[in-house]
Write a protein that binds this ligand. Structure first.
Ligand SMILES: *Cc1c(COP(=O)(O)O)cnc(C)c1O
Length: 225
């Protein structure tokens, strides 16, 4: 399969998952994850109509993005504070904000670039030690701080499910993120709308649990010739 064929197949599966879940397909966006893939594959996806791309490392993005026509780029991986400025220059949205110190650094960087940046708060729902992300109990305080920072537009939450072959294993994690968002909205944090969750192996489960952004890489790019 080629990149455009894979992409169309994923878009079709997203539509079907929305149908099963009784959701409007316009409420779910695909972020095509291009890490470890060169500009040529990314161009094929751009030409096939994909509008949003994800990278997990600033350095790789810094080499790739300037070589491509304009597109919307999302940083989905861990960000160090000393790369905040570069991240603001390269990305439309940062999915991985998990501390007040990083939120402050990004806000300052955005202000000094004369803009603001969209962010999501990354939550370690599963409690795995190897995962980045704020503890669920810390997210309300983090959200309130981030909402008060002038350079940030706080849009929602992001999580990574533990690795597994069975997408059902991820369901409680996805559900946990949705419930946390709903609780925070009930406490007045209505700016939290987005749920970034679901990857190649489990994006349909994530959509059933309310994902609004799915981050799909290998199913689009790895299996392409
Ligand atoms: C690589 C990556 C993805 C995509 O994973 P695939 O299994 O290739 O679809 C999603 N989110 C993050 C944070 C990643 O690093």
């Amino acid at each position: 399969m080629s990149v455009p064929e894979n992409l169309h197949r994923i878009q079709q599966r997203i539509r079907l998952a929305c149908e099963r879940a009784g959701r409007d397909p316009h409420d779910v966006r695909l972020v095509a994850v291009t890490k470890n893939h060169g500009a040529e594959r990314v161009s094929q996806a751009l030409d096939a109509g994909c509008g949003a791309f994800g990278e997990n490392r600033v350095q790789e993005a810094q080499e790739k993005i300037p070589r491509l026509p304009p597109a919307e780029w999302h940083l989905i991986g861990h960000l160090q504070r000393n790369k905040a400025r570069l991240a603001v220059q390269l990305f439309h949205m940062i999915h991985s904000v998990d501390s007040e110190r990083l939120a402050r650094a990004l806000s300052q960087a955005a202000e000094s670039e004369g803009r603001s940046i969209e962010i999501l708060l990354q939550v370690n729902v599963s409690g795995e030690e190897s995962k980045f992300g704020a503890e669920p109990e810390q997210v309300e305080a983090l959200a309130r701080t981030a909402l008060g920072l002038p350079g940030l537009r706080v849009r929602g939450l992001m999580t990574m499910a533990p690795y597994s072959d069975d997408p059902e294993d991820a369901r409680p994690v996805f559900r946990g993120l949705r419930e946390l968002r709903d609780q925070l909205r009930q406490k007045g944090l209505e700016q939290l709308r987005e749920l970034s969750m679901g990857m190649s192996g489990d994006f349909e489960t994530a959509i059933e649990e309310g994902a609004t952004l799915v981050r799909v890489g290998s199913a689009i790019f790895d299996e392409a010739e």
